[in-house]
Design a protein around this ligand. Structure first.
Ligand code: SF4
Length: 258
């Protein structure tokens, strides 16, 4: 028994005390990008736009923008333009409930946050204390799914906030979709959504779910499900970071403490 206590003491606390105040390493370059006003030759910008695999980077020399809902965080635009022009930071708080809020514009560097007026009233009144979610891998590549699994580990430990993934949609408050939603998964996604009792939320986790990612426009996809229901939270990333997911869900459920 004493040996076990010694191990516990050596390990210390493994959970993250404040998930909103983590400083990820500078080497983590998958967070909110910054596009500066620095003048860059037009041919370089055009090369970056042409090399962007999903069309997430667009605009003109004086009005570049990155759509994080389509960005696969490959870093190609930063490599071509230089990190003085485009820099992906370690700011992991990039979830929002407004699709247009995922567009990062040149010279504008506000943090990405949820828009309180767009949060449906029933979400906080019903789910402010706990939230049970069913995850649907709709043709996902298992990367986003792994990160969502990590949300429940002893480090990120979202269970302490009352947030859990459950197996049965009938016992859940909403669904979390990963993957671009293939034709083969369209019906299963609908069946799972229908099985969740009202009121319910829909979360899109990862670039593939938000825009289709590199598969956008493929005839193998059927994303018509997304046109039928309001989307309560977008969590960009390829894959999304567990902290981006947890902070986004917490912002959806309750106000931040001042
Ligand atoms: S990091 Fe995003 S915006 Fe830049 S090239 Fe890759 S996909 Fe495009």
């Amino acid at each position: 028994m004493i040996a076990e206590y010694k191990i516990l003491r050596k390990h210390g606390w493994q959970f993250i005390p404040d998930v909103f105040a983590v400083t990820l390493p500078e080497s983590y370059q998958q967070g909110r990008p910054i596009i500066t006003e620095l003048a860059v030759a037009n041919e370089i910008l055009q090369k970056a736009i042409e090399n962007c695999p999903t069309g997430a980077l667009s605009g003109q020399a004086d009005a570049l923008q990155i759509d994080l809902g389509a960005c696969v965080f490959c870093g190609e635009c930063q490599r071509i333009c230089g990190s003085d022009k485009i820099k992906f930071t370690n700011d992991y708080q990039i979830a929002t409930n407004a699709r247009e809020g995922l567009v990062v514009r040149q010279g504008q560097h506000p943090p990405i946050r949820l828009q309180p007026d767009k949060i449906r009233k029933e979400i906080r009144s019903y789910f402010g204390g706990s939230l049970k979610l069913r995850q649907i891998s709709a043709a996902g590549d298992n990367s986003a799914e792994w990160e969502l699994n990590a949300c429940s580990n002893p480090n990120f430990d979202m269970g302490r906030f009352g947030i859990e993934f459950l197996a049965s949609p009938r016992h859940c408050d909403g669904i979390v979709i990963t993957g671009p939603i293939s034709q083969n998964m369209a019906e299963a996604t609908q069946i799972c959504y229908d099985a969740v009792p009202n009121p319910k939320i829909v979360v899109l986790a990862g670039t593939d779910a938000i825009s289709g990612g590199i598969f956008a426009g493929s005839p193998a996809l059927d994303r018509s499900f997304l046109d039928k229901y309001p989307i309560d939270l977008y969590v960009p990333g390829n894959p999304p970071h567990p902290l981006a997911f947890i902070c986004g869900i917490l912002d959806l459920m309750r106000s931040r403490k001042k």
